[in-house]
Write a protein that binds this ligand. Structure first.
Ligand SMILES: Nc1ncnc2c1ncn2[C@@H]1O[C@H](COP(=O)(O)OP(=O)(O)O)[C@@H](O)[C@H]1O
Ligand SMILES: [Mg+2]
Length: 315
């Protein structure tokens, strides 16, 4: 059994002042992650990626559905179990500046890791451990420790957050658009770092709106459209043999594999309001048929470890 299992996860946000209307940001999403795998969650802005990341990190409660980590329901964890969860599951987010308190020196980020999660490590050992993880993310400890966040670049802060993950030796990392804010030269380094984490046995949920990044880094890919996973499976299969008309459209719009392509440049489909069809892609689908409006949609396996949410898949 996979060590992270997401089952029928749904998250609705209240809309408007009275919150009577609801926005279904995540709609009946199911997937599993095995150890030492990088799974990318790919979709345009507003498709629900960050919400899934926050649910996995327990920063939000689901409207329905379950997340099971290592056999336990994540939302039933209390006290010691919850602490243990955060010892093993952590996130890094797009904007590294927001993860640091500007009034404290960088060192505090590491001190807090020891206080909260590793109290058994002796004070005399702590400095050596911090220096070791900083070096392994390509930073020079003497240029980092003692500094305030504003004295460092976004790329340096992002690496410090990854160094913190290394110090904790987490098992599952939720990495939400962590590449977007970095300049080109730092990007490759951070991607390679994620590859190193994987070799150490860590799994990563790699959230991105960049198809090429998702292709480059992940073992498995989940393609999201308006809160639903429309296609998922082995990255190579999804990219080489896309079946859902949405995935096909995305990939056809990329002139060549390897070229960066930003989904935000395209469109943000309207999530609010009633859908005219059971398939959310109905209105835009070039191969739709009348029964796509009303039929019950289910993930269909088109080949081993490659599934699609489309009535016409395999038809
Ligand atoms: N706290 C919130 N309250 C209301 N709506 C939200 C909230 N957070 C996100 N949303 C909405 O939920 C949808 C999915 O958002 P998000 O998960 O951030 O998508 P993504 O990360 O793919 O851009 C968007 O339409 C967004 O506006
Ligand atoms: Mg997001």
């Amino acid at each position: 059994m996979s060590f992270l299992v997401v089952q029928n996860l749904t998250k609705e946000y209240p809309l408007g002042l009275l919150g009577k209307e609801k926005l279904k940001a995540v709609d009946d999403v199911s997937f599993e992650i095995e150890r030492s795998k990088i799974v990318s969650l790919i979709g345009e802005s507003g498709s629900g990626k960050t919400t899934i990341g926050k649910l996995v990190l327990r920063l939000l409660k689901p409207t329905s559905g379950r997340i099971v980590f290592d056999g336990k329901d994540v939302f039933s964890l209390r006290k010691e179990e919850l602490r243990d969860y955060y010892r093993r599951v952590q996130g890094v987010f797009q904007d590294p500046f927001s993860s640091f308190n500007p009034i404290y020196k960088i060192d505090r980020v590491f001190d807090m890791v020891f206080e909260e999660f590793l109290p058994e490590v002796k004070a005399s050992e702590r400095k050596a451990r911090i220096e070791q993880v900083l070096v392994s993310v390509g930073l020079n400890p003497s240029q980092i420790l003692g500094k305030y966040p504003h004295q460092l670049s976004g790329g340096q802060l992002q690496r410090i957050l990854i160094a913190r993950i290394l110090l904790l030796d987490v098992e599952l990392l939720v990495a939400d658009e962590i590449i977007s804010m970095l300049d080109a030269s730092t990007r490759v380094d951070v991607l390679n770092l994620l590859g190193d984490l994987k070799k150490r046995g860590m799994s990563v949920i790699f959230i991105t709106h960049d198809l090429s990044l998702g292709y480059y880094i992940s073992d498995e890919a989940l393609i999201m459209y308006r809160g639903s996973i429309v296609e998922m499976g082995d990255t190579e299969k999804v990219f080489r043999n896309p079946v859902h008309p949405y995935t096909r459209m995305l990939l056809e719009s990329v002139p060549e594999v390897g070229k960066k392509w930003d989904l935000r440049e395209r469109f943000t489909p309207e999530l609010i309001g009633g859908d005219s069809a059971s398939c959310k892609y109905y209105d835009r689908c070039p191969i739709r048929e009348r029964h796509c409006r009303t039929a019950h949609l289910q993930m269909v396996e088109v080949e081993e470890n490659h599934k699609v949410l489309c009535l016409k898949a395999g038809a």
